[in-house]
Design a protein around this ligand. Structure first.
Ligand code: AMP
Ligand code: GLY
Length: 424
């Protein structure tokens, strides 16, 4: 089959890398792709405007693409899937209605409550004065969430009432996130350990993927501001089979029932951000796509044909395939540009990629890189995801850092403690 993959980050590089190993996949088009990433001879980067969904569908028709896989949330929330489906094209990723689970925090919170999916207490507001009055009566810390997509920056945990007030004003009055801040969710602060649990679904059945833990803060020991994710490991030993069973029953079963009851078709990823609290797992958020850098470790562990599984989901035949996973552990260490998640420099030459690529059991996924003449240079905040497998977590961590240390660029920053909390 021919596959079109949309997106250009580390997550998409991992998806393309895995698809390129699928015996069912003969050709992969990747847009906008990552021009610095060498994948395989049958992977090409066509010149397309990734924001023009009709033009993408025209391309898919003309090239007889059998399956389109959407990496990021923005095109899903903007309705790419219905444009493809209306033209008879198979696309892995939910339509607008399903993508609201990620696209609107107020919608998803109402969905959790209605379908009895365990979650933190919260209230939604569209009026600043009312939000402020409510927040004053709530214990701190308190979590504020802009309703819409805010590039991962829409959630703030406020320790003091003064912070609540200033963030509420920024979101609701100054509109720093634009329309995404029309409504705000004020949520109780949950404590515990976070895990990322993905499922792929065709709306009828689903398959849970192995557990992953992300590291959101930019510095070691979970210090500094939140990022898109500085590194991941899988499996997460804290996510025991008993917890898995509970999440299956209380989160995914109820989500699928809820989607069916509301008449929302859903083909794609349900990625639950869960907090393992003393009272049990509670959902913080749903994402309607694969996590980044969760995908990098998941693809490192996937043994089955990814193309076949995603196509089966698009056809409503997911129950016919079974995903097999390596029992090995995988670790991804993000190499970021100095300054990320704030402003950072671009255009620094990256050295050592070939030496790192030559390391056994590891793979370097490109995220924010591009080509400048003969050089691969930095282009984004999260530059590379150096990923390795090992018989156990300790070995995977050692291999990932051995490869990561071979790569150099000006201002390179990585956390040194990815995965280490699971060793204690
Ligand atoms: P979200 O986009 O809702 O997952 O929020 C981003 C991050 O904010 C999560 O990964 C958590 O670290 C944190 N967070 C969100 N909601 C809560 C909550 N109710 N209590 C504590 N932390 C939260
Ligand atoms: N790593 C977090 C996310 O993809 O949302």
């Amino acid at each position: 089959m021919k596959v079109l993959v949309i997106g250009g980050g580390g997550r998409e590089h991992a998806i393309v890398w895995k698809l390129s190993q699928s015996s069912s996949v003969d050709r992969i088009f990747w847009t906008p792709g990552n021009p610095a990433a060498k994948v395989a001879a049958h992977v090409s980067i066509p010149s397309l405007n990734t924001n023009d969904f009709s033009a993408l569908a025209d391309f898919a028709k003309k090239e007889h693409v059998d399956l389109t896989v959407v990496g990021p949330e923005a095109p899903l929330v903007a309705g790419i899937s219905e444009i493809f489906q209306n033209r008879g094209l198979a696309i892995f990723g939910p339509t607008k209605a399903g993508a609201q689970l990620e696209g609107s925090k107020v919608f998803s919170k109402e969905f959790f409550l209605k379908h009895k999916i365990p979650t933190g207490r919260a209230r939604a507001f569209s009026n600043y004065e009312e939000a402020l009055a409510y927040s004053k009566m709530q214990p701190k810390p308190l979590v504020l969430k802009a309703d819409g997509l805010a590039a991962g920056k829409g959630v703030v945990i406020c320790v003091q009432q003064e912070e609540v007030q200033s963030h509420l004003a920024q979101i609701m009055k100054e509109r720093i996130f634009g329309e995404a801040g029309q409504k705000v969710l004020i949520e109780e602060c949950l404590t515990g350990t976070e895990v990322s649990i993905h499922a792929i679904t065709d709306g009828k059945s689903y398959q849970m993927l192995p557990s992953v833990q992300d590291h959101k803060r930019v510095f070691d020991h979970d210090e500094g501001p939140n990022t898109g994710g500085m590194g991941t490991y899988s499996p997460a030993p804290i996510f025991t089979p008993a917890l898995e069973e509970r999440v299956r029953r209380e989160v995914f079963d109820r989500t699928l029932t809820g989607l069916r009851e509301e008449g929302v078709p859903y083909c794609g990823v349900l990625y639950a951000g869960l907090m393992l609290t003393p009272e049990g797992p509670k959902i913080l958020e749903y994402n309607c796509r694969f996590g980044d850098p969760e995908t990098q470790v998941l693809m490192m562990r996937l043994k089955s044909d990814l193309g076949q599984a995603l196509l089966a989901a698009c056809r409503g035949e997911l129950d016919r395939v079974r995903l097999d996973w390596s029992s090995e552990a995988a670790v991804c260490v993000i190499l970021a540009a100095n300054g990320y998640p704030g402003p950072f420099k671009k255009g620094d030459v990256i050295r050592g990629l070939d030496a790192a690529a030559a390391r056994p059991h590891s793979f370097v996924f490109h995220a924010g890189t591009t080509v400048n003449g003969r050089d691969v240079v930095t282009q984004g905040g999260r530059v590379l995801g150096v990923t390795a497998r090992g018989a156990d977590l300790r070995e995977a961590i050692r291999r990932a850092y051995e490869a990561a240390d071979l790569i150099q660029f000006d201002g390179k920053h990585c956390r040194r403690d990815i995965g280490s909390k699971a060793l204690n």
